[in-house]
Design a protein around this ligand. Sequence first.
Ligand code: SAM
Length: 392
Amino acid sequence: MAEYLVELYVAQGDHTAARRQAASAERAGTDLAREGRAVRYLRSIFVPEDETCFLLYEADSADLVTEAVARAGLRLEHVSAATTSVAGAQESPDGTTKGTRMTSTTSTTTSTSTTSTTPTGTTGAPDLAELRDKQQKVWSSGDYNKIAALTVPVSEHLVDHVGVSPGDRVLDVATGTGHVALAAARRSAEAVGIDYVPALLDIARRRAAAEDLAVELTEADAEHLPYDDASFDVVLSAIGVMFAADHEAAGRELVRVTRPGGRIGLASWTPEGFVGGMLRTVGAHVSPPPGAQPATRWGTEEVVGGLLGDGVTDVRSVTATVRQRFADAAAFADLFLTYYGPTFSAAGRLDEEGRAALRADLVALAESHDRGEGSRGLVCDWEYRIVTATRR
Ligand SMILES: C[S@@+](CC[C@H](N)C(=O)[O-])C[C@H]1O[C@@H](n2cnc3c(N)ncnc32)[C@H](O)[C@@H]1O
């Protein structure tokens, strides 16, 4: 029998939920084995900082493992072959294994650091300024403009959902190539966009000029917005502020610059959706820098409500998907490995074998989300959540 690794999402690194999932997975494996099926549950490895629980099974085929996970009532992100067993993982009394990080989920599966990477980890407070500089370099790498078109519908949805009226002063935080700021300007708002990657702002300026739209585009950090308190009617961010290094500081800034009664609207990839799975796949091959919190925390209403704090009321959310089409799963993986900063820079830190393993897992992830439309290529739905709030 071969070993297989299953990846499950565990919201907010919840230890109790991880324990429950591990227990169900073990029960399902035992039941199937009793029925004479060639499958055996081995162990679970919980990585709270990645909101992920890995299950290790021994089985005759990946299909049997998928069946076990389905019988356990769990929603698997993906299953991959693990040719060597997990070394050095420390089993905790509750049956889950904590504080380990998988460095590969294909040909080798090794656990490394047992150090927490959360801001309150045992290594002391992380240097968030250093983390911000690292992340700025990540977003400056690759060529985000080649990816940006994929999220145009998300920005349009955000602007319509929050409601932008002519004359509103609207801030688009982490505007990238300007999607939300441009959408607001098209609705006759006074649109302002900020981002910390100058090359992306230049593209946004060219797009504004091409449409003859007046959009103010400024190089700035979402954690230190260069605006007075209460200077915007509407503050928005599409798949943007979620990538700030200091989530708390970014949340405070969004609230500070919104006028009383003004609206805040944030669209973020969900942890359980496609991009959540992709970011976890990348993190399984290349550990995120110390102190990095999962960006997809912003894809949950509770977390965003907490980050915006007492300065807001009426926190609500809606969940939606944006449909993506690629020639095939390999085309998706290659596009992201070549142009998308986080995957591009992660691949740059791996050797040839490591890059091939990362690519294989990205291909597998895309295949597991394929809607199966055959000759139409790979078609998948990427889930995001829009959280809205009103400034007190
Ligand atoms: C996935 S892109 C999205 C860009 C744009 N909002 C869109 O919808 O296409 C993430 C953007 O966040 C920006 N970003 C991340 N952290 C930032 C920060 N602390 N300050 C300013 N921009 C930031 C990156 O430079 C990048 O342009």
